[in-house]
Design a protein around this ligand. Structure first.
Ligand code: SAH
Length: 352
């Protein structure tokens, strides 16, 4: 039997093109798009405004299954829920839903593992396995939301992987969110987080997709940043800053600088001053993140030596930034008990 063509992950124009090429009427693509992405159906059988014969034909030709939910785990702390999904080729990925007052944020993955090897991040310790397809990225949103108490209001591309190293699939998934026909979430509620692949930041700005961008800053000093984020040796902070400014201007949004607090490494007086200088150079805000332990990964080298900055010191650090009129958010640690907090996502082989 011929292998079915995967259509989950196609944008509306792509689906229309495919259908027309294969002899279906163009408006059928709109119907299928709607069923797949808005009604979240997992079978052509359920597409009941399409004739039975055509449903059977579509089912023979196309597949719309990409992920299978294999596990859900709820945090006892606050309603944070972690999902494990299995891809058709047998890889396991993680997504997390984080409720917070009026928001319900889904954190989704773009790669299985990550090639960047940031010293403070569990996903880095696990290494890189593969890029997710656009269908696998979008399906995390479709599947995680099912049966959750509240609708997902925001999406952050902050799970496993570096979105801008899986650029094509990331952009395609954003295009599906941004399509007029897609209900639920607009691009304004979506944030892509990057460790800094400078030229891809510019390319993303030029797509015209008006999502938000978060930049994992973690140090304003090139040498320190290179030490904890080896990717900085390839794409320096200086190069990234130029493109971040371009992104902010082009999309008319503020850049979020993410900053994981590491004792003695990036929590000194000179770090405060450098952040203030950087933030004044473009529309931006700072997201201060307490360092979440990597102990569950048994790390070695520098990763094993990293220590979180104390709560008191974090508060003082944030206050100093606020006193300089910066917008500062202090993220609390959510879902640490189920290893679902920032930078804790990694498949250790014992989950399923
Ligand atoms: N590769 C992308 C997206 C994944 S990381 C990026 O680097 O932005 C998402 C966020 O979690 C980043 O800001 C990252 O720096 C942060 N993070 C990673 N490890 C962490 C840890 N151990 N504790 C707290 N935050 C962490």
């Amino acid at each position: 039997m011929r292998k079915k063509e995967q259509i989950k992950g196609l944008t509306l124009p792509e689906l229309q093109g495919l259908f027309v090429t294969n002899g279906h009427e163009k408006f059928r693509a709109t119907q299928v798009f709607n069923w797949m992405y808005n009604h979240k159906v997992l079978s052509f059988t359920d597409m009941n405004n399409i004739s039975k014969d055509l449903r059977a034909t579509l089912d023979e030709q196309y597949s719309l299954i990409t992920l299978e939910k294999v596990k859900e785990q709820s945090s006892l702390q606050n309603g944070t829920k972690k999902f494990l999904f299995k891809t058709q080729d047998g890889f396991v990925i993680e997504s997390v839903i984080i409720p917070d007052n009026d928001r319900t944020t889904l954190c989704l993955s773009t790669q299985v593992g990550c090639p960047l090897d940031c010293k403070f991040c569990a996903t880095g310790v696990m290494g890189y396995k593969k890029n997710l397809t656009a269908g696998e990225i979008f399906d995390q949103y479709l599947l995680a939301g099912v049966n959750y108490e509240r609708p997902i209001s925001n999406v952050v591309y902050m799970g496993m992987g570096e979105p801008l190293l899986n650029y094509e699939a990331t952009v395609r998934s954003l295009s599906i969110f941004g399509e007029e026909l897609t209900k639920g979430i607009s691009l304004k509620k979506i944030t892509v987080s990057t460790a800094g692949i400078a030229h891809k930041i510019k390319e993303l700005a030029d797509t015209g997709l008006k999502c938000k961008l978060a930049f994992s800053l973690h140090s304003c000093f090139e040498d320190t940043r290179s030490l904890i984020m080896p990717i900085n040796k390839k794409y320096s902070l200086k190069e990234n800053v130029k493109e971040l400014r371009y992104f902010a201007q082009k999309t008319d949004t503020r850049i979020t600088f993410e900053y994981v607090m590491l004792q003695g490494i990036n929590d000194r007086k000179e770090d405060v001053q450098a952040i203030i200088k950087l933030c004044r150079s473009m529309p931006s805000k700072v997201n201060i993140i307490p360092f979440n332990s990597l102990a569950h990964m048994n790390p070695t080298g520098l990763s094993a030596e990293l220590v979180p900055t104390s709560k008191k010191k974090i508060d003082e650090f944030a206050d100093e930034l606020r006193n300089a009129n910066l917008t500062v958010m202090l993220r609390d640690t959510k879902g640490e008990d189920i290893a679902a907090a920032c930078g804790q996502l990694a498949i250790t082989g014992t989950e399923v």
